[in-house]
Design a protein around this ligand. Structure first.
Ligand code: FDM
Ligand code: MG
Length: 207
């Protein structure tokens, strides 16, 4: 029987280096001979993803609850494919997941518990890496972009919400270090967790 792949989630505020580090991690895992694929949420290519993309680019307006549910639907529609891949032995590195969903919407003022509900039942990550960077440091990295949420005040609130969501299983990575050092710290964390999980890998869990 093939051992299932790992579901590795990478979270963090904007400009923390998530996407760069996800690419590096996928490459490193592949080089070790581990069948790995990158997944990104929101997936802007699907029908829900196109609505989300238009909203983020401020080309359309949506009620805060409605966009929250769309982000969640965007994950739900991927679950069948992702669980099949994992069960076939593929490891997935996921750039943002439901934690971003709850952190951003609750930072806008929606009730935290209400925000959690639509994501109940999604695949549970084996590892959550949180790329930790202060908003001051994030801003020093050339400022935020033009998308809807890329504003200092909101980013500060999002970070506070992430801190409410974290639990003991999260691995905090100091994202203010050089790219190479962040890469090393992530690799060491993954390697340790992988060894730990290898002998004791559970069936896929749903939260
Ligand atoms: N975002 C992302 C949410 O508000 N909810 C979600 O569920 C997810 C996955 O969308 F500002 C926000 C976070 C970010 C924006 O993300 C787009 P990327 O990673 O910058 O594409
Ligand atoms: Mg962005």
């Amino acid at each position: 029987m093939t051992q299932r792949g790992l579901l590795i989630v990478v979270e963090g505020c904007d400009r923390s280096g998530k996407s760069t580090q996800c690419d590096i991690l996928v490459n490193s895992l592949q080089q070790k001979g581990i069948d790995t694929e990158l997944v990104k949420f929101p997936d802007r290519t699907t029908q829900t993803g196109k609505m989300i993309d238009s909203y983020l680019q401020q080309k359309s307006e949506l009620d805060d609850h409605a966009i929250h549910l769309l982000f969640s639907a965007n994950r739900w529609e991927a679950m069948k494919t992702l669980s099949e891949k994992l069960n076939n032995g593929k490891t997935l590195v996921v750039d943002r997941y439901a934690f971003s969903g709850v952190a951003f919407s609750s930072a806008k003022g929606l009730d935290l518990e209400w925000c959690r509900n639509p994501d109940i039942g999604l695949l549970t990550p084996d590892i959550v890496l949180f790329l930790d960077l202060s908003i001051d440091d994030a801003e020093k990295r050339g400022g935020f972009g033009d998308e809807r949420y890329e504003k200092r005040e909101l980013q500060i609130k999002v970070r506070d919400q992430f801190m409410k969501l974290k639990d003991d299983s999260w691995k905090f990575i100091d994202a203010s270090q050089s790219k190479e050092n962040v890469e090393k710290e992530i690799w060491n964390t993954i390697d340790a967790t992988r060894n730990l999980l290898q002998d004791n890998i559970q069936e896929l869990q749903f939260n």
